[in-house]
Design a protein around this ligand. Structure first.
Ligand code: HDE
Length: 715
């Protein structure tokens, strides 16, 4: 058969399928620039993008092999004739595919799903009385990289799973890297690192079917936490609204473990770290979260990157709760070494010590967000660890896990992990060593390299705080003060408002309702009796279980901590999204006025219309950003309905969901009629009708400062 004939399309040549014509560069002498008329990458990417180093991962304009040979063609393998077998000698084919075959690295064993950003930390100097850490001294400014994560799901799991969130910040200080590896809850499931594999095995998908993904609503999780009552306090947080944040920008962060700080005079104190978001702490509603996971599994990741790109930089104040370094390491009767306990802010106020601003998105997810390696043992002078048994285990784990994940001991040479101060560690060789070390004597003492490098005994040396160690015996036992598993779970419950308590009880009913084993449900409901009778009764009723007969009584002398509730106050609205529904019949001025009012306060208007294209004519035309088939209420914090829209199922669903999710809704002109079908009253809380487009939009923006129209929840 003539090789040119196409066997499937008679009469057509074999190459009848149109092929992408690649722009060709004219041949030039080595080192010369090619004709640059063709498409080019907009930003040159390379190692320098992550850390300011000059080393480039991608140089020159020509496509090359890994060895730098210029390639004329990367679309066809080398064959014995156009229809013949592929030749083994095709190095480019083998190199390209072999590299691709090894592109994945193991995901993190926990916290696999994450999103990150670069930024700056500016110290207020207020911490200088308690720590000598350079980055916390007056006017110090430090480059940072922050990675947020869910804990349980794998790398491709949806963002708004009910879960704890990681909040890890790498400070590239002049005294070395300091990592604050925290979570968005102030407490943890377990008191001893020994139990970490147990809680993680229980929370991860079942080992037989590997389901469910990124969820705690399953038997093994509830089996473990119901049997292991030290998890009770953390489980209460996990069932609360805190576990489904509205945005990564709207989460608090906590160091969880207690750290020991030392000031320049050698005085020490025990400290808990806090991050307080400028945007306030806000959550999704459970139904909203479930819909979001389907509609946009990347919801949090997108929100963070969009906000930074739009200039709505998220900010957090770093705060310290400072407690005396007492002999028994307790404060107001609370054991500071027990990571299942928090210190109420009413007892130890949080002092602000600096501001974190995230203002730059990563350029390459893998190089930065995936390869960043945090470690609670990355400390600087002035910050030391305590004997918290959870923290002690963490100090081992984070270094160990990188060996598997990043393939050896040289991960601190990766651009994102490199300290921004001189490093002379005498470590040599090993997998993926990229440095070309000088000298012949990587040992101490030496005379051959002139004694280099020298030990530092001065101001900036990492000298361990000379903390006395109690005389004791070796034993596998926890301190008796670790035995109380319920009083702070009750403290959290009592600190919440009515609607927050309702959400928490509903979460228990949902999660336990998903368990197959009734004994597990019964066991957990019995535990709830030790927290609060009302909570126990509501959950038992929701599950159709008898209220357990138990002698267990909730702790009597617990005082609420109002600071733990997240419903109060008014907060900045920048970066929030407003859905503006319009149609070809809407006067263009209305669209312009609403978009301007929304944009003026840093919020993002998204124009929704029945179909794509543009609304309006000529210069004033506005691009449609969402159509009825690509939008869903969960994407918006509030909805404005412009005039000239016809009733439709898509709009009914949008309005009903926005109403149910307590979102402000405004109408312009005749749009009030759209509220009839979903049964929404014009006088309902958070419904703004009857004014001009600018007026109703401003009312809606004012309402958004409270995050949701909470009054509607009472209806
Ligand atoms: Fe982690 N944790 N953890 N953890 N953790 C990891 O390290 C571990 C704990 C936290 O964005 C791992 O590099 C043990 C508490 C965050 O890269 C691993 C124990 C808190 C991140 C590990 C804990 C955290 C991790 C997995 C119990 C809040 C993500 C991949 C003793 C204060 C960091 C990795 C990132 C990641 C171990 C408990 C926060 C396996 C053994 C408590 C934010 O090393």
């Amino acid at each position: 058969m003539p090789s040119e004939e196409n066997p499937f399309i008679p009469g057509k040549p074999a190459s009848a399928t149109p092929e992408f014509e690649e722009p060709q560069c004219p041949q030039g002498p080595l080192g010369s620039k090619p004709d640059q008329s063709g498409p080019r990458p907009t930003t040159p990417t390379g190692a320098d993008s992550a850390d300011g180093q000059t080393e480039q991962a991608q140089q020159g304009e020509y496509h090359t092999t890994a060895q730098g040979g210029r390639l004329p063609d990367t679309n066809h393998s080398l064959k014995a004739g156009a229809r013949g077998p592929v030749l083994l000698q095709d190095h480019h084919l083998r190199e390209k595919i072999t590299h691709f075959d090894h592109e994945r690295i193991p995901e993190r064993v926990v916290h696999a799903r994450g999103a990150a950003a670069h930024g700056t930390f500016v110290s207020y100097g207020t911490a200088s009385t308690v720590t000598k850490a350079g980055f916390l001294q007056p006017e110090a400014e430090t480059e940072v990289f922050t990675r947020f994560s869910t804990v349980v799901g794998s790398r491709g799991s949806p963002d708004v799973a009910r879960d704890t969130r990681g909040f890890a910040t790498k400070f590239y200080t002049s005294e070395g890297v300091f990592d604050l590896v925290g979570n968005n809850f102030p407490v943890f499931f377990i008191q001893d690192a020994m139990k970490f594999p147990d809680i993680v095995h229980a929370a991860k998908p079942h080992p037989d079917r590997e389901i469910p993904q990124a969820q705690s609503a399953h038997d093994t999780f509830w089996d473990f936490v119901s049997l292991h009552t030290e998890a009770t306090h953390h489980t209460m947080w996990q069932m609360s609204d805190r576990a489904i944040p509205r945005s990564l920008r709207m989460m608090e962060g906590f160091g969880v473990n207690t750290f020991r700080l030392e000031n320049a005079a050698g005085e020490t104190s025990l400290v808990k770290f806090h991050w307080k978001p400028e945007n306030g702490v806000h959550s999704l509603l459970w139904e909203e979260a479930q819909l979001t996971n389907g509609f946009d599994p990347d919801f949090h990741r997108r929100d963070l990157a969009d906000a930074i790109e739009a200039g709505a930089y998220p900010r957090w104040e770093l705060g310290l709760q400072v407690m005396p370094d007492s002999e028994d390491e307790t404060f107001e009767g609370i054991d500071l070494l027990d990571p299942t306990k928090l210190i109420p802010e009413e007892l130890a106020p949080v002092t602000s010590v600096g501001m974190l601003t995230l203002d730059r998105n990563p350029e390459n997810y893998f190089a930065e967000t995936e390869q960043v390696a945090f470690h609670p043992g990355h400390l600087v002078p002035g910050i030391d660890v305590t004997n918290d048994p959870l923290l002690q285990g963490r100090l081992f784990s984070y270094l160990d896990t990188q060996m598997t994940r990043l393939g050896g001991p040289n991960f601190s040479e990766l651009p994102i992990n490199r300290p921004r101060c001189p490093v002379n560690d005498m470590f040599r060789d090993g997998m993926h060593q990229t440095a070309v070390h000088q000298g012949v004597a990587p040992y101490k003492p030496n005379s051959l390299d002139g004694g280099n490098p020298f030990s530092s005994k001065g101001e900036h040396a990492l000298i361990d705080v000379p903390q006395p160690v109690a005389e004791s015996v070796k034993e596998r036992r926890a301190s008796a003060s670790f035995d109380d598993h319920f009083s702070q779970a009750r403290l959290f419950w009592l600190s919440l408002t009515g609607i927050e308590r309702q959400h928490l009880a509903e979460a228990f009913i949902f999660e336990l309702g998903k368990c197959y084993e009734e004994t597990i449900r019964q066991r957990e409901v019995k535990n709830l009796a030790a927290i609060d009778r009302g909570l126990c009764e509501t959950v038992a009723e929701g599950l159709g279980l008898d209220v357990p007969q138990t002698t267990e009584q909730p702790a009597a002398d617990v005082t609420a901590s109002p600071a733990l509730s997240q419903i109060s106050g008014r907060w900045p609205v920048a970066g929030r999204k407003v859905g503006l529904v319009a149609s070809a019949n809407t006067p263009i001025e209305q669209i312009t006025v609403v978009r301007k009012a929304v944009g003026d306060v840093g919020m993002v208007p998204l124009l929704i219309a029945p179909r794509g294209g543009r609304l309006g004519e000529g210069n004033t035309a506005v691009a449609v950003e969402r159509t009825y088939s690509t939008m869903r209420s969960v994407e918006f914090d509030a909805v404005v309905l412009a005039g000239g829209i016809e009733t439709s199922t898509a709009i009914d669903v949008l309005i009903s969901e926005a109403w149910r999710h307590l979102k402000p809704i405004a109408t312009c002109d005749d749009a009030e009629h759209l509220l009839e079908e979903p049964g929404i009253g014009l006088d309902d809380p958070g419904i703004f009708c009857g004014g001009g487009p600018e007026e109703v939009t401003k009312q809606l923006i004012a309402a958004l400062a409270e995050h949701r129209t909470w009054a509607r929840a009472e209806m």
